[in-house]
Write a protein that binds this ligand. Structure first.
Ligand code: GLA
Length: 391
């Protein structure tokens, strides 16, 4: 079914600015089938863009002002184009201003603009709404001002904006897949070379279902950055034995076991998880090629166990949902997804069993936590794209 959001956003733009926007763009969220916390270790991931997205209506202004309106938050932010400053109170604006800043730093010519954005992609649910926002504004500016920036450069710009301006040291997975996704396909991305292989996933029998814990525990960003530095410590340790090692990508499980005694326990655990998770991505791709969804699901459970016990980025609520899913009729696999400490679990389920599954999960979570959680069936969809060019 066609989304109503482009029209809602277009209409809002007309109401606020008194004229029609010049361009409407859609930028999607993502799921990650398997391969978490591997991207910043130059490993492998297997994400897909989804049919939940942010929509943008944009038009040029005659001055150097940037006027932003978030439809979902019903909030306005005004900034100067020449000196976009980080906002302490309206943090949502920083994802946009960070991209503007990166584009200006690369000497691309910009003018002031008006923007209205909003959509059906939940924020804070671990579906990469920040990457969707960054990619969306980058893509709008490229089209509006006819800038010669490639899609891959836009991905890098979004990542820089998030790493530098927002201050979250994330890897490249979220921006890459939100920008490069294709309908009914998953991407196996080599995060070292950025080589992307697309695998079809348009099963008639199985679907992806998200169950949102509705929690986002504090310290997510600081724990994320700590995991990164623990992996970096592992690399420094292993370099003593082989100076050619540049990242965990260059390390085998055998090598790690051989030098286990040189490692503080936690650093060993983190590295072991990353190396095993990379292997699981490889195995998951083989399972996908054979349409072996049971084998795929088993790898998802293993991934969750590693994220929970070795990498320690899960939380009670995520573990609860995965435990509930395990053994439910028609469920092949279930795991936490993304950075961790809250957000959604991803579940691979037989289509005919979805309704029963969703009822069961909602009831179990309510009985335990007294909260009604949203569950969504998601389709794999294309990456950031133009919905309508009006000019
Ligand atoms: C977050 C980050 C990604 C990636 C995942 C974990 O979503 O933004 O770069 O590291 O966590 O796989």
């Amino acid at each position: 079914m066609e989304s109503l959001y482009p029209e809602i956003i277009r209409q809002k733009y007309c109401d606020i600015f008194g004229s029609a926007p010049e361009l409407i763009v859609r930028s999607p969220g993502r799921i990650n089938l398997i391969g978490d916390h591997t991207d910043y270790n130059e490993g492998f991931v297997l994400p897909a863009a989804i049919d939940k997205a942010i929509y943008f209506a944009i038009g040029v202004r005659s001055d150097d002002t940037i006027r932003l309106f978030s439809q979902n938050l019903n909030d306005t932010h005004i900034s100067s184009l020449t000196l976009p400053e980080k906002s302490i109170t309206q943090t949502w604006a920083n994802y946009i201003l960070g991209v503007v800043n990166e584009i200006l730093k690369a000497d691309h010519p910009l003018k002031g603009f008006n923007l209205v954005f909003g959509g059906d992609l939940p924020t804070g649910g671990g579906l990469s709404s920040s990457a969707a926002l960054e990619n969306g504004i980058g893509f709008c500016l490229k089209e509006l001002f006819r800038l010669s920036i490639s899609r891959l450069e836009l991905v890098q710009i979004s990542k820089m904006a998030e790493n530098e301006f927002v201050g979250m040291k994330c890897g490249i997975m979220d921006m890459f897949v939100s920008m490069m996704g294709r309908f009914n396909s998953v991407i196996r991305l080599d995060c070292r070379s950025l080589e992307a292989n697309y695998f079809p996933f348009g099963s008639n029998e199985y679907v992806w279902v998200l169950c949102d814990t509705m929690v986002k525990h504090a310290l997510v960003d600081s724990e994320y950055n700590t995991r990164r530095s623990e992996c970096e410590q592992g690399v420094v340790l292993l370099k003593q034995f082989d100076p050619s090692i540049k990242s965990l990508r260059d390390v085998s499980l055998q090598m790690l076991e051989k030098h286990k005694d040189a490692f503080p326990g936690v650093v060993y655990q983190r590295c072991k998880f990353v190396l095993e998770e990379n292997q699981r991505v490889e195995q998951a791709c083989l399972a996908l090629e054979k349409n072996d969804f049971l084998a795929f699901g088993e790898l998802m459970y293993q991934s969750h166990q590693g994220l929970s016990e070795l990498y320690e980025v899960s939380c009670e609520e995520l573990n609860f949902l995965v435990d509930q899913a395990k053994g439910s009729s028609g469920v092949c696999g279930s795991r936490m997804m993304g950075g961790g400490f809250g957000g959604c679990t991803l579940n691979l389920i037989q289509k005919s069993k979805v309704a029963v599954f969703v009822d069961k999960m909602k009831k179990a979570y309510f009985d335990h936590y007294k909260k009604t959680i949203p569950c969504y069936v998601v389709q794999l969809d294309q990456g950031t794209s133009i919905v309508q060019q009006i000019r």
